[in-house]
Design a binder for this molecule. Structure first.
Ligand code: ATP
Ligand code: MG
Length: 581
């Protein structure tokens, strides 16, 4: 490709609302353009990156025996109704001329289950793993970061069908390998963390997280054993309780006018939130429960639900709170609370002389103490894990990082096969529901995740595997014959060698060409400049800005070697990522 023919409208100024580095750089470099909230054009450079990511996806999915198909982007309402998801508010819906309802597909469990229930009869046809790379629509409440969270986006979605859970484990492990290798080959060093299986239910679920400050999720990672989990899911290790050595002081009810929130109470009483215990009133399957956590902690509702063995937990309404505590919201406390089960986070067991709500509007107790002032029915891990907590798998400590979810693999089980009556005949002559897994990765999100972690002040530093061009040959002065000959020769030799190469022969100042090559993020840049008259060119690496002079005769072989080494580096990472399982 010649740069004079390439459509890459660069921008000097980017819109102020583009906050993330990748968003700004993708706009500046002419990779994407915004069309509407969460809806983007992929311009030629951006689409080249997408196609390279997709190629890697296909190679790795095929290598694990998955087969590519393509399902419709328009999904009839009946299918999502069968799966029980038609009412989700992320679904874009529309009607045809005959007033039939459709959705833009937002994920295809129902559609694939329909295919398999129609056409797969026997255990002999299993295992089966079918995938697609497709444009999805989701009416996200908060699109952000350009293509990080779009309302239209490109996703890899794969679905496995097995006879039993053991086979699902095998199918899942294969996808673990495929996903680990896909991300590593794209230059993303993903942390694999345990995730909450959420409303869908199911067994294991792991998320692939690109670690970046721009990530929306908090992930906790053990510094010793590598255990990782999404903060929503992360367990906290059990350690012996260190009882406070403070002497117990006398319980006192004090006035705290209008101090409801932790901030208001701590600033009014001049105490650290660590000396507070907050009391949240929940309804667990309809029964009132008080959940106690330290003032600076958050209750983790799935953990609370599990600890109580309840099907559902929800915060109580203000009327219930008034009935149970006799006070407005913000003043609930365990002292004198009648007929309510009290569950406390394990950490509370080590505390002494703390502040709790007074069960009286505008009042709190200070110097409350366990046993002496109130009884706890159950101690359990009911809070959101945070930095410094104990690892649940080893003696280590958890650190907190920001993560951007780039993939999610999931053991679904029979959630959809049961709902949709998708069964096969097993070798014992019985009909059984398929055991399913689903595996999704954000292809267009990767277009942003990669530059989010690989950039500098000059632009994107693409890993070679997904760079729009592997090599840019920069012809500095197109009026100079030696330079022209050198650049053309290199361009042709590299093309013949199978290299994806851009020749920048534009009539532009050298500074512009250097800037554009860096902004575009080409990993290997070759400059045909003044040295060309001596039969030499300069080879530059985008990653470390190193430069070396090399003879024109040796240049192609040298560049091919450099390119090979860059690919090998990514392959080495892919191999070690796949081994972590
Ligand atoms: P998130 O929590 O980020 O909304 P999700 O749990 O809804 O993601 P899945 O339904 O598991 O995501 O989709 C699989 C993958 O598709 C995600 O891991 C992510 O990489 C990508 N993805 C999901 N939603 C979007 C979106 N709105 N824009 C771009 N990519 C997305
Ligand atoms: Mg989502």
């Amino acid at each position: 490709m010649r740069a004079s023919n390439l459509f890459f409208p660069t921008l000097r100024e980017v819109p102020a609302d583009a906050q993330m580095a990748s968003h700004r750089l993708l706009l500046r470099g002419g990779f994407i353009r915004n069309v509407a909230a969460g809806i983007y054009d992929y311009l030629p450079l951006g689409y080249k990156v997408i196609k390279k990511i997709e190629r890697i996806v296909r190679q790795e999915m095929d290598a694990q025996g998955a087969q590519e198909l393509l399902m419709p982007a328009m999904v009839p309402a009946e299918l999502y109704q069968e799966g029980g998801r038609w009412d989700l508010d992320v679904i874009f819906k529309f009607r045809d001329r005959n007033a039939r309802d459709y959705a833009i597909g937002f994920t295809h469990e129902e559609v694939i289950t329909d295919i398999v229930r129609r056409d797969v009869r026997s255990y002999r046809e299993l295992p089966l793993n079918l995938y697609q790379i497709q444009t999805k629509g989701r009416d996200e409440p908060r699109p952000r970061g350009g293509v990080v969270r779009g309302r239209e986006f490109i996703m890899l979605d794969s679905y496995s069908f097995d006879r039993n859970w053991d086979d699902l484990d095998r199918a899942y492990d294969k996808m673990y390998v495929a996903f680990s290798r896909i991300f590593a080959r794209c230059g993303l060093d993903a942390a694999v963390v345990e995730a909450d299986s959420g409303a869908i239910g199911g067994k294991d679920s792991q998320e692939y997280m690109a670690i970046t400050d721009a990530g929306e999720d908090t992930v906790l990672i053990c510094e010793s054993c590598g255990y990782g989990a999404n903060a929503e899911k992360c367990e906290i290790g059990i350690r012996p309780i260190k009882k406070s050595s403070e002497e117990l002081a006398a319980l006192e009810l004090v006035d705290t006018p209008n101090a409801r929130t932790i901030e208001q109470v701590t600033s009014f009483l001049k105490k650290s939130p660590k000396k507070l215990v907050k009391t949240l009133i929940y309804l667990a399957d309809g029964e009132v429960v008080a959940a106690l956590v330290r003032g600076d902690r958050e209750v983790n509702e799935p953990k609370l639900r599990n600890a109580l063995g309840a099907k559902s937990v929800e915060l109580a309404d203000s009327e219930t709170i008034m009935n149970v505590t006799g006070a407005d919201v913000g003043f609930a406390g365990p002292v004198g609370l009648k007929g309510v089960k009290i569950v406390a986070d394990r950490e509370v067991e080590g505390m002494a002389n703390f502040v709790v709500g007074g069960n009286k509007t505008d009042a709190h107790y200070v110097n409350a103490n366990l046993c002496r002032d109130f009884e706890v029915g159950q101690f359990a891990d009911i809070r959101v894990a945070s930095k410094g907590d104990a690892c649940p798998r080893c003696d280590g400590t958890l650190k907190a990082e920001r993560g951007m979810e780039i993939g999610h693999i999931f053991k679904l089980g029979t959630r959809y096969s049961d709902a949709m009556g998708a069964k096969f005949l097993d070798d014992d002559g019985k009909e059984k529901p398929f055991i399913m897994g689903c595996y999704g990765a954000g292809v267009s999100r990767m277009l942003a995740a990669i530059p989010e972690v690989h950039n500098d002040k000059d632009g994107i530093i693409w890993p070679i595997s997904v760079a729009p061009f592997e090599v840019t040959v920069i012809l500095l002065n197109s009026d100079d014959e030696a330079q022209c000959n050198a650049a053309t020769r290199l361009y042709e030799e590299l093309q013949a060698g199978g290299v994806d190469v851009l020749l920048d022969e534009r009539d532009e100042r050298p500074g512009v060409k250097f800037k554009d090559a860096d902004l575009m993020g080409t990993p290997i840049q070759v400059v045909a400049g003044r040295l060309a008259s001596e039969g030499k060119v300069e080879v530059r690496l985008r990653s470390d800005k190193s430069k070396e002079e090399i003879t024109l005769d040796e240049a192609t072989a040298h560049i091919l070697q450099l390119r090979k080494a860059l690919y090998q580096g990514l392959e080495d990472k892919a191999q070690s990522a796949a081994k972590r399982a």
